[in-house]
Write a protein of this length. Structure first.
Length: 249
């Protein structure tokens, strides 16, 4: 990883974004658009100019996220991180555990920074760009103002400073992060209903949940889970009702 430079990180980020968001967009917005209409959360489709704006800002975000990657792997700061390179230093179980820990840390980090960026004094400068997508598409996954991208990307610094983590676990965490983000902005609800009805499943965040955040601006601030929204009383009052109105796949 040491020899890899900034353009390589940017290439990886762009590849990850265009593959994941591109597959979702091709399936749901082009190829099987009509087959999936029953599970479309908002009945209208975004406009071309929305896709263009979302892709443009997402690219800027990737430029900033790659700076963070260069910072933790290539700069003198890497000495102060808990990243370990020797796979045998911890068990394979720890690698899996560290990915789960990173996801939990990110969930908390996201909820609180997200709420902070909804403060009227900060919203316009940090978060307005993301909320221009009132009916988001998969391309909106990383559609952030550069200031918000700096905040969002900061989670990686928190993770590598807090827990011993292997680059493979970081890569898995990054892949999970983007796939869940693409799902959250998909515009279609594909979460299995049987799983949502279980105790464990009901704690997961759904695309409907995040779509409502984009639609109403208030409530549903969480990312992967609903723990924080439930604990802080910020779940949108119409969440369950909206979810129940959507047909099964
Ligand atoms: Zn928001
Ligand atoms: Zn969003």
């Amino acid at each position: 990883m040491e020899e890899r430079s900034y353009p390589f990180f940017l290439f990886l980020m762009a590849l990850r974004y265009f593959v994941f968001a591109g597959i979702a967009f091709s399936l749901f917005y082009i190829l099987f658009k009509r087959n999936f209409i029953k599970i479309k959360i908002q009945k209208l489709f975004p406009k071309r100019k929305d896709y263009r704006r979302e892709i443009g800002f997402s690219f800027l975000t990737m430029v900033i996220f790659s700076l963070y990657a260069a910072l933790i792997f290539k700069s003198p700061l890497s000495e102060f991180t808990k990243i370990y390179r020797d796979f045998s230093e911890h068990s394979i179980w720890y690698v899996i555990f560290s990915v789960i820990l990173a996801i939990l840390i990110h969930d908390t980090y996201f909820y609180w920074t997200h709420r902070m960026m909804h403060h009227p004094k900060l919203f316009k400068y940090f978060h307005l760009v993301h909320h221009k997508s009132t009916n988001p598409s998969p391309w909106a996954s990383y559609s952030f103002h550069p200031l918000e991208a700096l905040v969002e990307g900061g989670v990686i610094l928190v993770v590598v400073m807090l827990i011993p983590i292997h680059p493979v676990a970081i890569a898995l965490f990054m892949i999970f992060m983007l796939s869940y983000n693409v799902y959250g902005h998909l515009g279609f609800e594909i979460f299995p209903r049987w799983l949502l009805k279980t105790k464990l499943g009901s704690w997961f965040n759904t695309s409907t949940n995040h779509n409502m955040h984009h639609h109403y601006f208030k409530g549903n601030y969480g990312l992967y889970f609903r723990f924080w929204d439930q604990l802080m009383g910020t779940t949108h009052p119409k969440y369950q009702e909206t979810l129940n109105q959507l047909k099964n796949l």
